[in-house]
Structure formats: structure tokens, C-alpha cells
Design a protein around this ligand. Structure first.
Ligand code: MN
Length: 238
């Protein structure tokens, strides 16, 4: 009986039906290379320099966002993982509800920022319209790229308080679907892969645009990295 339960448990956690590529991209999305050495989160380096998004995002704005805010979520998530480990070892009871809520918030913050940096491109190298399989999927779902751009911009502009707009992809229906994420972890569709994400927390734009979130959203369209988004979709579709 015990052996059966163990086997059942084991099969439940394996990534059944997942190809080698799929497993690899799961790892990449989580920012890990091997399961053994990835006990804690690590903030990834930017794929460009702090000044490279100017004039759309200033060097100082990008530096504080990446160095301070993203690091804060990494540190927050790791501290909670350590707290959980310590409590389990010492046999202490934690307030599990509030601990898991804070863990979800911090991990969400880390994962979303890790997706955000590479889906931006240095000035002059980004923007324009999506091409390839993503361009087709967007045109089919939203009628046109302009239709998608309008809907995504509205999602970004109207997030209550702090949050994100994200373009995700549903494999069950093969539709691109826009998520309007509140904070870092509310309104998310579980397991939908994110192709493009836009941070509209005030910390993402306040130095450059003050309270004019709409102007920051307009700037985003000049530096969005469609090559990266298309690669994410191609990897998902296998
Ligand atoms: Mn942010």
C-alpha cells in the first residue's frame, strides 16, 4: 500500500507528455539550469545595458527598477523559502495562509520581471509589428495588429493599482489571450505561457513619466521585442 502511494505520488509530479524542449523551457522560465543547484531564486542579468532603452526608459529608471525592485522580490521569495525550511526543521507552526500569500506575490514579481526584461529591445531594434506564427495568431484572434494593440493598451492602462498587462497563449484553444494581472499574481491563468508582458507598476515609469501611465504604454510599443515573443510561442508550439 505504502509502495503504491509512493508510486502514485511520483507519477503525479513528473512532467508526463512533456518533450525535452518543453522541460527545458519550464526550467528557463523558472530561471534554473539544474534542479540540484537551484534551491533559491537569482535575479537574471539584463540582456542589454541600462542606457539602451533611452529615450523611452531612462538609464536611472531602468537601473532602479532592475537593481532595487526586481532584487526586492528575489530577496523576499528567498527569505520566505528559508523561513519555511527553518519552521519545518524546528517543528514550528507558521501562519501558512499569510506566508503562502506573500510567497506567491514575491515569486510572481520575480518571474514576471524575468520575462519582462528580454521582451524589451534596445531603442532602434524593437517595436514594429509581430511576424511569423505570432503575427498570424494575433491577426486571426484580434482582427488586426492595431486591434490587438488597442486592447492590450487598454488592459495596461486600466489595471487597478499596480499590475501588468500580458499576452499569453492558451494551448487548449490555440488562442492568444490577454491577462490583466493585478499585483504580481492575481487574475493569472494557470499554466498559460506568457509571450509578452508589460509592467505598469508606478515603479516602472514614475521617474520618466510621473503619473502618465498612458505615455509609458505608448513608449512600450517602440521597444517591444517581437522576436523574443515569437521565439516563446514557437517553443511552446514545439
Ligand atoms: Mn516592476
Amino acid at each position: 500500500m505504502r509502495r503504491q502511494l509512493l508510486l502514485l505520488h511520483h507519477s503525479h509530479i513528473s512532467l508526463r507528455g512533456c518533450t525535452a524542449d518543453c522541460k527545458q523551457s519550464f526550467k528557463e522560465q523558472l530561471g534554473v539550469t539544474t534542479l540540484e543547484k537551484s534551491k533559491f531564486y537569482v535575479k537574471p542579468k539584463l540582456p542589454y545595458n541600462y542606457k539602451d532603452l533611452e529615450p523611452y526608459v531612462s538609464k536611472e529608471q531602468l537601473r532602479i527598477h532592475h537593481e532595487k525592485h526586481h532584487q526586492g522580490y528575489v530577496n523576499g521569495a528567498n527569505a520566505i523559502l528559508e523561513k519555511l525550511e527553518r519552521a519545518r526543521k524546528d517543528g514550528d507552526d507558521l501562519d501558512i495562509k499569510s506566508t503562502l500569500k506573500a510567497l506567491s506575490f514575491n515569486i510572481g514579481g520575480h518571474i514576471l520581471h524575468s520575462l519582462f526584461w528580454p521582451n524589451l529591445a534596445p531603442s532602434g531594434k524593437g517595436g514594429g509589428e509581430p511576424h511569423g506564427v505570432l503575427g498570424n495568431a494575433i491577426a486571426k484572434e484580434f482582427g488586426s495588429f492595431e486591434g490587438f494593440k488597442k486592447e492590450f493598451s487598454q488592459a495596461a492602462a486600466s489595471v487597478e493599482g499596480s499590475g501588468w498587462a500580458a499576452l499569453s497563449f492558451c494551448r487548449q484553444t490555440n488562442r492568444p489571450i490577454i491577462m490583466q494581472i493585478e499585483k504580481h499574481n492575481t487574475n493569472i491563468y494557470p499554466t498559460f505561457r506568457i509571450l509578452i508582458v508589460l509592467d505598469v507598476w508606478e515603479h516602472a515609469y514614475y521617474l520618466d513619466y510621473k503619473n502618465a501611465r498612458g505615455r509609458f504604454v505608448d513608449a512600450f510599443w517602440k521597444i517591444v521585442n517581437w522576436d523574443e515573443a515569437n521565439k516563446r510561442l514557437e517553443k511552446l508550439l514545439g
